[in-house]
Design a protein around this ligand. Structure first.
Ligand SMILES: Nc1ncnc2c1ncn2[C@@H]1O[C@H](COP(=O)(O)OP(=O)(O)OP(=O)(O)O)[C@@H](O)[C@H]1O
Ligand SMILES: [Mg+2]
Length: 200
């Protein structure tokens, strides 16, 4: 397999970039892939997660990695440009609220077409509100209009499941005890990402 670079990005903070970086990393490890995880965000949330896992006896990054996953800062510029330009896939989590959507769509429309086609949006922290359903529909409409980029299956807001992930764990997330709905939604999302990357 050729090397793959996955950037977790977007111009909005607090939407789940670091959580999704950790979750995707756990998925790749669960599927016995060798990964390297880079935290390009000065906040170092992902690096802290990596360090905590290491303290618990689990190394996340492998020196023979052929899949690199980068968590980028929430604001444009700096590290974002460097990684995003070379990425095979740009994963952009977003909260489908009207205000957040404007930022994320504005960002999408401002980047070059060659980058747009690599963008995969992930609706995150979903709840069953009408506003959110409208938000996801709106995002789908814009992606369809632009005829580039794509929207992946989303993740529901699960306060008992996703926030503890970043505390680190000695056990892989997918090897641990998971409720059926969490397993279903994460498998749906990550098998789709595997498909895009040509991993099986
Ligand atoms: N699906 C979810 N369900 C519940 N909580 C979530 C979910 N996704 C993320 N969170 C929580 O939302 C908060 C923000 O997530 P996270 O730190 O991953 O976002 P971020 O985009 O990396 O933020 P920042 O811009 O600060 O780097 C965290 O407390 C995280 O645990
Ligand atoms: Mg973060």
């Amino acid at each position: 397999m050729s090397n793959k670079l996955i950037a977790i990005s977007g111009d909005k903070g607090g939407v789940g970039k670091s959580s999704l970086t950790a979750l995707l990393s756990e998925w790749m490890l669960y599927r016995d892939r060798r990964i390297k995880v880079i935290d390009a965000d000065p906040n170092q949330t992902t690096q802290t997660w990596i360090d905590k896992c290491a303290e618990m006896g689990r190394e996340i990054s492998n020196s023979k990695a052929n899949i690199t996953i980068v968590d980028t800062a929430g604001t444009s510029g700096s590290s974002l440009i460097k990684y995003i330009r070379n990425a095979d896939l740009i994963i952009v989590p977003f909260k489908p609220h009207v205000a957040d959507l404007e930022v994320v769509i504005g960002w999408f429309l401002s980047i070059k077409a060659t980058l747009q086609e690599k963008v995969a949006f992930v609706p995150n922290m979903l709840s069953k509100t009408k506003e959110q359903a409208t938000g996801v529909e709106e995002a789908k409409k814009i992606v369809a209009e632009e005829d580039t980029g794509r929207i992946l299956p989303g993740l529901v807001e699960r306060k008992a499941v996703y926030p503890p992930l970043l505390n680190g764990s000695a056990v892989n997330f997918f090897k641990g005890k998971l409720d059926r709905n969490t397993r279903l939604e994460t498998e749906l999302l990550f098998t789709e990402i595997d498909k895009i990357l040509g991993l099986s």
